[in-house]
Design a protein around this ligand. Structure first.
Ligand code: K1U
Ligand code: ZN
Length: 168
């Protein structure tokens, strides 16, 4: 599960250039088109350390993020992933995180996050390290999720083939 670029450790952004700013704009467009609340650069084929988050009309940009503190307290939330369509599972993660990152002006910032924002930050940060949310499930649940994903992919492919045959 997960194409190669999703399994690689991404490299730091060396400089916040206009090209990076254009990529950020394009990532917000893709995230919103797909009704997502986050998107990491490796999900759109760029193995660099950058992700965006959009929650309740608030937009966040994280360049070279580092989670420098996590709470002992954990919580369970249902997660989905735009790179693993239609699979949702409950994942346990720290409830709160402190993150350092660069903003679009290249300035170093720190924020404390909790709730859904903390959740999405951790999910997206995992993408920068080649980790998918299913990797955080226990083995049995992970196997089940992978099986369901493969079945859905197979069915989608069959449907496309049938459509193609009918046309021909
Ligand atoms: O990185 C991604 O694949 C985007 C992902 C972010 C995310 C959602 C939920 C929990 C953690 C991280 C999505 O936006 S999936 C689609 C979605 O909007 C969603 C799915 C489940 C619960 C809430 C929202
Ligand atoms: Zn994801």
């Amino acid at each position: 599960m997960g194409e190669e670029s999703l399994r690689e450790k991404s490299l730091p952004v060396e400089e916040v250039t206009d090209e990076i700013r254009r990529l950020v704009d394009a990532m917000f467009d893709t995230m919103e088109e797909k009704d997502g609340i986050g998107l990491a650069a490796p999900q759109v084929g760029h193995n660099i350390r950058l992700f965006v988050v959009g929650i309740e009309s608030q937009r966040f940009i994280f360049i070279n993020p580092e989670i420098i503190e996590t709470s002992q307290e954990t919580c369970t939330m249902e997660e989905g992933c735009l790179s693993i369509p239609k699979i949702y599972e409950a994942v346990v993660r720290p409830s709160k995180v402190r993150v350092q990152f660069l903003n679009l002006e290249g300035k170093r910032k720190t924020i404390d996050a909790e709730g859904l924002l903390a959740r999405v930050i951790q999910h997206e940060n995992d993408h920068l390290n080649g980790v998918l949310f299913v990797d955080r499930l226990d083995e049995e649940l992970r196997e089940e999720a992978i099986e369901r994903f493969n079945k859905k992919q197979e069915n989608a492919l069959k449907k496309r083939l049938q459509k193609y045959k009918r046309k021909g």
